[in-house]
Design a protein around this ligand. Structure first.
Ligand code: SAM
Ligand code: SF4
Length: 342
């Protein structure tokens, strides 16, 4: 067989990593596959939903696959499929299979509200998905319904069980704590973690809700959550790892554990390795970025990989030092969490 020509080798080989102006390497890509959702979490979007993107504006599976192939060559090592609610995108297992083919050694996970996992967990696992994180903000039926505006707690529990059976493990749980709503449940979540073995990560409420109802008074500092749990179930910190979550195990050796994502009170921007691709193909270097770069237009008008690479590198190079939530000059991004891809 002929040796590959230099041009061909360049097309298929790995490229220099994506490094920003502060020396941080972007190797984690969050891909939003839809802006739509079948829940209406009060901290995320209004009861009537949002003006969804027309289908023609979403990146197609082929476009997503082409971009992911390039991102992997640029050093992306983990892919998180998100949304909106990713499971409402038709034929999601087909997409996962396509991504798995172009990213064979990459960790591919998904963040979901879990309500459709009872029927999708198995086909997603078969298609090559590694893990899921399920959002669960209350263990109480009435509060779950109040926070998500859907009476679906039992279906989410069924989805978590289906994910475990399908081997999408370890199933992690994301829980957004909103002061005055579910903050009284943190110790109950820790108890549930000990009983089920699921690690629960508490996320601070961020100013990314579409209806702009966020107030600082509703942010429950992660340090307070850790202290409340530690008083009942003593905790031991785990070694800090690549994740932004600070993780703890139970000192008595019980299964499960907790994590906190203190985006507001203790930002972790210094070590942020994330990059985001919105459902319509905008690349963003930060959740709170005020600028984004369109990849869909160039993709659809025939841009080469080298041209797309230059656009991505430029976006990463201009990534700012950190978000400015705690500064008087903070400006909310126009997009809300579900339209960015959390
Ligand atoms: N629909 C999926 C879900 O809920 O898991 C995936 C998309 S959702 C936007 C991703 C994560 O963002 C979820 O864990 C959700 O709880 C979190 N989230 C949404 N709005 C938030 C906010 N204002 N502050 C903090 N986290 C938020
Ligand atoms: Fe939907 Fe997720 Fe937003 Fe809840 S947090 S409304 S499940 S996108």
């Amino acid at each position: 067989m002929d040796a590959p020509t230099p041009a061909r080798a360049r097309t298929e080989g790995s490229l220099a990593p994506l490094v920003d102006g502060f020396g941080r390497v972007a190797d984690d890509l969050r891909i939003s596959v839809t802006d739509r959702c079948n829940f209406r979490c009060t901290y995320c979007m209004p009861a009537e939903g949002l003006a969804w993107l027309p289908k023609a504006e979403l990146l197609t599976f082929e476009e997503l696959t082409r971009l992911v192939r390039l991102f992997v060559r640029l050093g992306i090592r983990s892919l998180k499929i998100t949304g909106g609610e990713p499971t409402v995108r038709a034929d999601l297992p087909v997409l996962v299979r396509m991504l798995r083919e172009v990213a064979p050694g990459t960790d591919i996970s998904m963040t979901t509200n879990g309500v459709l996992l009872d029927r999708l967990a198995e086909p997603l696992a078969e298609a090559g998905l590694d893990r899921v994180t399920v959002s669960l903000d209350s263990l109480l039926r009435h509060r779950f319904a109040e926070m998500t505006r859907r009476d679906a707690l039992e279906r989410v529990f069924a989805g978590i069980a289906a994910a475990e059976r399908a081997g999408l493990a370890p199933v992690k749980i994301n829980c957004v704590i909103v002061g005055g709503t579910n903050d009284g449940e943190v110790v109950d979540f820790a108890r549930w973690s000990r009983e089920t073995g699921h690690v629960v990560r508490f996320i601070e409420y961020m100013p990314l809700d579409a209806q702009q109802a966020w107030e600082r008074a509703k942010v429950v500092p992660s340090a307070r959550i850790v202290a409340a749990i530690d008083a009942v179930f003593p905790l031991e910190p785990l070694d800090p790892d690549a994740e932004p979550a600070r993780s703890y195990r139970f000192a008595d050796g019980a299964p499960g554990g907790i994590g906190v994502i203190a985006s507001v009170t203790e930002p972790f921007c210094d070590t942020c390795n994330r990059l985001r691709l919105t459902a319509e193909g905008q690349v963003r270097a930060c959740l709170f970025a005020l600028e984004e770069t369109d990849l869909r237009g160039p993709l659809r008008s025939g841009a080469s990989d080298e041209e797309l690479e230059a656009l991505i590198r430029d976006t990463v190079a201009r990534k700012w030092a950190g978000h400015r939530i705690n500064h008087p000059d903070f400006v909310r991004p126009e997009r809300s969490m579900s339209a960015i891809g959390g």
